[in-house]
Design a protein around this ligand. Sequence first.
Ligand code: ADP
Length: 448
Amino acid sequence: MTIKKKSKKLESILTVRFTIILSSMIILLSTSIIAVVIFQFYQSARAQSSYVKEMLETTETADQAQWVETITTYASGNNSPYYIRVVLDSNEVIYSRAAKSIYNNFSDYQQFIFNQNLLWLSDQGPAYYQAFEKNGAQISILMELSDTYQVIRQIIWISLLMIIILIVMGIFVIRKFSRRLSAPLVKMSQDIIQIGHHAASDMYLEEQVGITEIASVSKAFNYQLGLQRNALKREQQFVSDASHELRTPLAAIRGHVNLIKRRGEKHPEVIPKSIRFIDSESKRMSELVEQLLSLEIKLQEMAECDLNLILSEVISEMAVVYSQPLIFKHQQTIYLNGVSAHFYQIFRNLIENACKYSKSNSEVKIQLVSQGNNISFSVEDQGIGIPDALKANIFDRFYRVDPARSSAVSGSGIGLSIVKRLVAYYGGQIEVKDSFTGGSIFTVHLPK
Ligand code: ADP
């Protein structure tokens, strides 16, 4: 089904549902109002009728003449709603004005089931009736409620009209609202399915402006999606960082294993040295794994680190793997507070790059100096260099300058991004310049 068809369908569903809800609410409200009005009218009719009854009970009515006078007082006017009948114990019957015909046709009245006092005459409407006895006389009072009935009928008609108008207007507004809501809702659900199908893409939900409800849902969805993607990226980063960081020590170990295999039998004197190397390198690897597991650069065991000592270790390790002469002159003892594994990674990645991207016999100059509050570490090579326009990119993750150019060299484009992150963690900076020989100079500035 196309988006248009789907949104039309949703629009009708929403319209029907909202209309049902609105209509039920309007009908319920009007019915309640009418019920309250009817009840109030009934209460007032009862009170009026009871008042007449009370008057008839308390007024002196010793003989027929007094009865006639009393009845005339309470039910004589042309507009009087009361019809009174008195059956004296002498069986004489006294009627108020026009009451005789009503009482003669009394059987035409129907009694309401739920209220015995309410009667109904088809052409006149409702009436309130009560009967009682006084000194042997049977008295009946019938109170006509036709005026009240008229008012109630009017109220009902007006309510019906209002209900119809409100529902028609409601349907109009609801349709408009449903139309405004359905297309973005359908699009949003389709986009969510698309995002699910292309989990690796950088797709986000379009944040619909104007419709607050949908905007807030898509915002919340995007926020959650962002969190999940970041978590996923961190995981992927971890995997690629791990393989990148472990590649060099593994290559070195394999080199020594091959050396033992090739020459171990004839020259057993190489074995202890290689085993020492494999031992120290595998230890470093396990340290590295530990560190990678906490790659979210946590503050772990900060201590005063002897940078020269760490650098010398890196240089002697690199000298085993690479053939370039590594020129380093120990100038001064430099201590810096931090995690030694972090400094090890900074030194190793930069020196390794200098070797990777230069000829096997070209020199790599390494410097470590402390000046005032600044420690600077630089690695200068005579290699292939980095074009100016690309210097800023090489610190991005997975970026490799001209893959064709460096395809011969193994790498994943992660090393410099790790270095940059670590340097930033210590509040430092890293820069790259061209060296006079055409190669590159990487300089790291670390504050003390
Ligand atoms: P990798 O070396 O694993 O590819 P890096 O993040 O360490 O990843 O380096 C990114 C890119 O920067 C390299 O692919 C390379 O093209 C370039 N680069 C880094 N160091 C040097 C260097 N010393 N000389 C020339 N190019 C370099």
